[in-house]
Ligand binder design. Structure first.
Ligand SMILES: [Zn+2]
Length: 294
């Protein structure tokens, strides 16, 4: 199964972020490509799901964000991302990012995830968190330097654990009341300060379902720019099976066998999470492990 939102082919060229003269020259260079976003949603070609990059000359006079230097592509062209408030140019459209991720080429989805993460951070961190002073954007949009106390601030990523818990042949799934009807997923939650990832897995599962977890094994990770998480995917083995749902966190949680889940999905009683999510990958991986009946 493909993992989405990772695998950007761009070279982040971090060493060039401090080269102010070079960055300025790239902003107006005819080969430079701009990834346009409106409220975090990327500009795509209207006729096919793929990014529609803009040239410097195509940018409207009013930008809605700092031009963020993403890096250089395979042909050494600079790539920037910028938020735009204007309407989409003819032959293109802004598409809601979350729903379009599974349709985009993998490296393009990853590029948008990268841009969204940093641009979201700029929107939420306009002033210094230490002294409240004004900040100046530096290093191509990767640093905010405080003009008051001198502190440098960097984009943040919030780690979250997501885990498929199993007990014998059954897996633990649950749903939040805010999700679309019928959608069930694996359990997840943010890592708290002073916690290892394994401890976060055990705490989240216990809090949400009262299930005690023993062995925890890391599987894979994925940026989840809604708005700025890094999802860390795990498998875990339950030590207990009696579920008590924490209604603040979940609407429902239940044990289900692989065949039970497949059947519920076929009959439309349960819907799996987005194909672009690590939750879906954890579930598909588990479903694929069933030994054929002898
Ligand atoms: Zn400050």
């Amino acid at each position: 199964m493909i993992d989405f939102l990772t695998g950007a082919t761009i070279d982040r060229s971090a060493e060039r972020r401090r080269d102010v003269a070079w960055l300025e020259s790239r902003l107006v260079h005819h080969e430079t490509r701009f990834l346009l976003l409106r409220e975090g949603n990327p500009l795509l070609h209207a006729e096919r799901p793929g990014l529609r990059f803009a040239a410097a000359g195509e940018l409207p006079p009013e930008l809605d964000s700092v031009p963020l230097f993403l890096g250089t592509d395979g042909q050494d062209r600079a790539v920037f991302a910028v938020e735009i408030a204007a309407e989409a140019p003819p032959g293109s459209e802004y598409r809601e990012f979350r729903s379009v991720v599974p349709l985009l080429p993998r490296d393009e989805g990853a590029l948008v995830a990268y841009a969204r993460g940093v641009l979201h951070w700029h929107r939420r961190h306009r002033f210094c968190g230490v002294c409240g002073g004004e900040t100046t954007i530096e290093e191509g949009g990767h640093v905010r330097h405080c003009n008051g106390c001198g502190m440098d601030h960097y984009p943040r990523t919030d780690p979250a654990v997501i885990v498929l818990v199993t007990a014998g042949e059954r897996g633990l799934i649950g749903r939040q009341s805010s999700w679309p009807s019928g959608v069930y997923s694996v359990l997840a939650g943010f890592v708290e300060p002073g916690e290892s990832l394994e401890e976060a897995v055990r705490r989240e599962v216990r809090e949400e379902s009262a299930i005690l977890v023993g062995e925890v094994a890391y599987r894979s990770s994925q940026p989840w720019p809604f708005p700025s998480s890094l999802m860390l995917g795990f498998r875990a083995v339950a030590l207990s099976t009696e579920i008590t749902v924490d209604r603040h966190e979940l609407e429902d949680a239940l044990w289900i066998s692989r065949s039970g889940l497949r059947e519920a999905v076929e009959e439309g009683r349960i819907r799996l999470p987005s194909p672009a999510s690590i939750a879906r990958r954890l579930l598909e991986e588990w479903l694929g492990e069933e030994r054929p009946a002898s």
